[in-house]
Design a protein around this ligand. Structure first.
Ligand code: SAM
Length: 234
């Protein structure tokens, strides 16, 4: 189990400095998810696990009305400072979104947090509840193949692992297979519209040629999925 301890709290400020222009976030994950979200102007967007507000800033600039939340109080404080036009609160994805009415948002963004949640089906059901009919969920997670290459062994049985990243950040998260993520979405009442294995955008080539080359050819970055509430399931 991961539980509800805010792992990112101790390095929230460092995460902001890193992810603002960091290769994986700025040149791989954010371009992929923003592209899957499409035109957000005038839409109500729920930024689930908003971190320091990097997505919220961009979505607000593109004309969205953004509500964000995160388990880490420091992340929420950073988001509030950086994106005064949006509203933020501390909330654990492991708990129901009691403060949000059903069918109240057009888009849900769930970027790079999937692997930190113990009951992923319950989380997805709750996100489906708050989506309006015709709404869209965009989620990204670490690529299961990259995870498996770093943690060889049984690919198919979900398990919690620990890593210390280059920045010295210590994290615990779930390894789970691609088929489990697809099954969890289906069980929660979503249909996958598009699944991409994002490769770096061309501007990344000059920033970090080695990473650009590797992530352009190897499935060791992220997955990004655009899913819609299954209209057959009420
Ligand atoms: C890798 S960061 C991603 C932040 C942001 N989505 C982005 O892509 O810039 C993961 C974030 O998930 C948050 N988080 C982890 N577990 C959570 C939970 N159970 N509920 C809400 N947020 C959580 C962390 O505090 C952290 O801000």
């Amino acid at each position: 189990m991961i539980g509800s301890f805010p792992q990112y709290e101790v390095f929230a400020d460092e995460f902001l400095d890193h992810a603002r222009e960091g290769f994986y976030n700025a040149f791989v994950d954010r371009p992929a998810c923003l592209s899957l979200l499409g035109d957000v102007a005038g839409r109500d967007v729920l930024d689930a696990a908003c971190g320091p507000g990097l997505y919220a800033a961009e979505l607000t600039a593109r004309g969205a009305r953004v509500t964000g939340f995160d388990l880490s109080p420091r992340m929420v404080a950073l988001s509030r400072e950086r994106v005064p036009a949006a509203t933020f609160r501390v909330h654990d994805l492991g708990a129901p979104l009691g403060w949000l009415p059903s069918a109240s948002v057009d888009l849900v963004l769930l970027a790079l947090v999937y692997e930190y949640v113990d009951d992923r089906v319950a989380m997805l059901r709750e996100l489906r509840r708050v989506l309006r009919p015709g709404g869209v969920l965009v989620l990204s997670r670490m690529h299961p193949t990259g995870d498996w290459l770093r943690h060889p062994g049984d690919y198919f049985t979900p398990r919690v692992v620990e890593e210390t990243w280059n920045e010295g950040w210590h994290v615990r998260f779930w390894l789970s297979s691609l088929q489990d993520t697809c099954a969890e979405l289906r069980e929660a009442g979503f249909l996958i519209e598009q699944l991409v294995e994002p490769r770096p955008v061309p501007e990344g080539a000059a920033v970090d040629p080695l990473r650009y080359e590797r992530l352009s050819h190897q499935p060791t970055g992220f997955l990004a999925i655009r899913a819609i509430p299954d209209p057959r399931r009420g």
